[in-house]
Ligand binder design. Structure first.
Ligand code: ADP
Ligand code: MG
Length: 685
């Protein structure tokens, strides 16, 4: 029976209602989605390993002959073990299956099988647990491994996809225009999908996956360009030109060249008659708040109000103080609105906003999502937003009509990648730090020197300074064992330090499991100096300024990304005292060493980001792996930025030639772009 691309999966031979409901859990309802469900990995069945040379603890493929079986052992109700004895390359191999009697029974004594799994045991007697059993006839192929779920194994998925591919009623519909395929020397989608599922060799596999990733990146880039194009059409009353002189007149220092550049770009946006959508990217401590203040000043001069949003109450309070310091002398009224502002105060602020008496309102993100009404909102400033991305921004700007937006991010990312996260924004870069900072000295030590480092920290505390100790122990990996979770270890670690090396000092604990109010309470006790040593997970990453903190000590430094380490280091060196960052790691290995050398060698966040990109690929850098970006499911970026750059160039060329994408050869592409824009708009994150 001929199968159509748009049919429900139940049209595939072997998929009934029950299986279809399992597929739904993987987000698969139609044949297209099934066929686009790509392997997450492949087992190279050409590379059979000699058991005698197998590396313990690693997953490998071995060929073994079954020589005996023990019966099933019932350990308890619902849990049984089945052991199978085998021989391979002259060695004994014991295979254990758990609750998988059928798998064990299917193995015949005297027959050879390919087994794939982790090899353990002793030198003479190897063991494998629950290996994957592969038909010997398939040696020489690449076996796809699919993302699976309970009740739906990779094997089943492979069979269903094969069934679908073999009964499709024609080639898979092409999305990319023929010209583009030729020009980029790309295979068709039909070829790519078929070969991504069943590659005959690595080269084919790479070519297939690159084709699919390219398409995705092209759609993504085109969507970004269209969002930007749509935005450029949004008109508003020009503000200014505003003279910067009065603002500069009240500053206690001269702005850096980077700050000046960013301010000029903002002022020119504001006076252009178009709605501003700008990102100010600058390393921690580069002085982005001043730039934001200048923007709010210009908007005030234009007779409009501004709102500034911070991710936490504490940061909002910090911004309030800074912004008041800059703007109150110029006659602007700056107020704070957070969850802790009491009803009476809130009413007064709401009245002031509506009456147009408040010129800048600083608050948490709840600020704008609530019922707050401005009389004439002209600018929304968002701080430290790199975790949010396009969806949230578009949700926000739809609040006010034609409101300018300014986003401030302390995560420097290489230019090509910024298009993924910020493709709809114009970017201003602040590349330097204000003069007169004492740079942070960075040390890298192994755990044998930990006690010495503790002594160093105690000396600083005795001098009246404060310190951070960051450890990645809390649940943030999401991999804790229930009951004994990693959480306990962080709590325990803080406790141990408080009773041991830091006995007599005040030790606080901050981790991701605390409620926001609890986090804020801990942070404000640290800010006030009541807590001397703050044991924390990466939640301290987001920027509260504690100038008295001069030591940042990081356990298991190898587990953090370079940019993340750099952000953490940026928490110190904010005052007039010399500061240090101590990285503790026992990781050997080339990459680990290279990475830590990179962080030690420079204080330039952009260079570190480039290095991070080189060493780990963009997925990690952007946190895509954890959070995902709608529309980027296949581009795993292991191929790196070149594919992305090519896709960006191709998208730009396409839109130059056909801005509305309404030429007949662009219909499918245009639909895909529209679908993605719809998805980006509707998903909260
Ligand atoms: P970030 O970019 O991390 O948000 P901030 O705006 O918090 O940085 O600024 C960090 C510190 O640098 C603040 O204490 C601020 O007053 C100071 N600062 C900002 N600009 C300058 C400047 N041009 N010269 C000297 N100090 C500055
Ligand atoms: Mg800041």
């Amino acid at each position: 029976m001929a199968l159509h691309w748009n049919d429900p999966v139940t049209a595939v031979r072997g998929i009934g209602e029950k299986k279809a409901s399992l597929y739904r859990r993987l987000g698969i309802t139609r044949v297209e989605e099934l066929v686009r469900h790509l392997p997450r990995d492949y087992i190279d069945l050409t590379r059979i390993c000699d058991l005698a040379e197998s590396v313990m603890g690693e997953r490998q493929l071995v060929r073994a002959e079954i020589v005996g079986k023990s019966g099933e052992q019932r350990i308890r109700k619902g849990f049984s073990i089945f052991k199978v004895e085998a021989e391979a390359d002259g060695l004994r191999l014991t295979i254990t299956f758990y609750n998988a009697r059928y798998a064990a029974e299917a193995l015949r004594i005297g027959q050879s099988y390919l087994l794939y799994g982790e090899v353990n045991g002793t030198l003479l007697h190897r063991e494998m647990e629950s290996p994957m059993v592969i038909d010997s006839a398939r040696a020489g192929e690449f076996l796809p491994i699919y993302p699976a779920c309970a009740g739906l194994s990779s094997k089943t998925i492979a069979r269903d996809i094969e069934a679908a591919l073999s009964s499709l009623d024609g080639p898979i519909p092409e999305i990319l225009p023929g010209d583009l395929l030729r020009q980029q020397a790309l295979p068709t989608l039909d070829w790519a999908l078929r070969h991504a599922h069943r590659p005959r060799n690595l080269a084919e596999c790479g070519k297939a996956r690159d084709r699919i990733a390219f398409e995705e990146l092209l759609i993504f880039s085109a969507a970004m360009l269209r969002l930007r194009g749509a935005r450029d059409l949004r008109r508003t009353e020009p503000i200014g030109p505003v003279s910067l002189a009065p603002f500069l007149g009240v500053l206690p220092f001269l702005p850096t060249a980077g700050q000046r550049g960013a301010i000029e770009e903002i002022f020119s946006d504001l006076s252009s008659g178009r709605v501003m959508n700008r990102l100010v990217q600058g390393d921690v401590g580069s002085g982005k708040t001043l730039v934001a203040a200048a923007a709010a000043y210009a908007v005030w001069k234009g007779g409009l109000q501004s709102a500034m949003m911070a991710p936490t109450e504490l940061l909002a309070e910090q911004h309030l103080r800074t912004m008041r310091g800059f703007l109150a002398p110029l006659g602007m009224r700056v107020e704070l609105l957070t969850g802790s502002v009491k009803a009476a105060g809130r009413r007064e602020i709401e009245r002031g906003l509506k009456a147009g008496e408040i010129d800048l309102l600083v608050g948490t993100h709840a600020l704008l999502t609530g019922t707050t009404r401005f009389s004439s909102l002209g600018l929304v400033i968002t701080d430290e937003q790199h975790r949010f991305g396009v969806a949230q921004r578009s949700a926000l700007s739809s609040k006010g009509r034609a409101v300018h937006t300014l986003v401030m991010s302390a995560t420097p990312i290489p230019r090509t990648l910024s298009l993924i996260l910020y493709g709809d924004l114009d970017i201003s870069l602040i590349r330097e730090l204000p003069p007169g900072r004492t740079p942070v000295s960075t040390y890298c030590i192994d755990s044998k020197k930990r006690e010495r480092a503790f002594r160093f920290v105690r000396d600083r505390l005795d001098e009246g300074r404060q310190a951070y100790l960051v450890c990645p122990l809390v649940e943030e990996t999401g991999e804790e064992t229930p009951g004994t979770g990693g959480l306990i270890s962080a709590v325990e670690y803080a406790k141990r330090l408080g009773e041991g090396a830091f006995r007599g000092y005040s030790v606080g604990l901050l981790h991701g499991r605390l409620r926001p109010a609890e986090k804020e309470a801990v942070m404000s006790r640290f800010l006030s100096g009541e807590i001397q040593l703050l044991v924390a997970t990466t939640v301290v990453e987001v920027g509260v300024d504690v100038p008295n903190a001069t030591v940042m000590m990081i356990e298991n430094a190898e587990r953090f990304g370079l940019s993340q380490l750099h952000q953490l280091r940026g928490r110190v060196g904010r005052g007039r005292y010399p500061s240090s960052c101590i990285l503790i790691t026992d990781a050997k290995g080339q990459t680990a060493a290279e990475r830590l050398r990179a962080i030690k060698g420079t204080n330039d966040g952009f260079r570190i980001a480039e290095e991070d990109l080189r060493l780990r690929g963009p997925g990690d850098l952007l946190g895509l792996r954890q959070h995902g970006v709608p529309g980027l499911e296949y581009a795993d970026f292991s191929a790196g930025a070149p594919l992305l750059e090519a896709a960006q160039r191709a998208a730009a060329a396409l839109l130059r030639e056909d801005p509305a994408l309404d030429a007949p050869q662009h219909v499918s592409l245009s639909q895909a772009v529209a679908r993605l824009i719809g998805r980006v708009g509707e998903r909260p994150n």
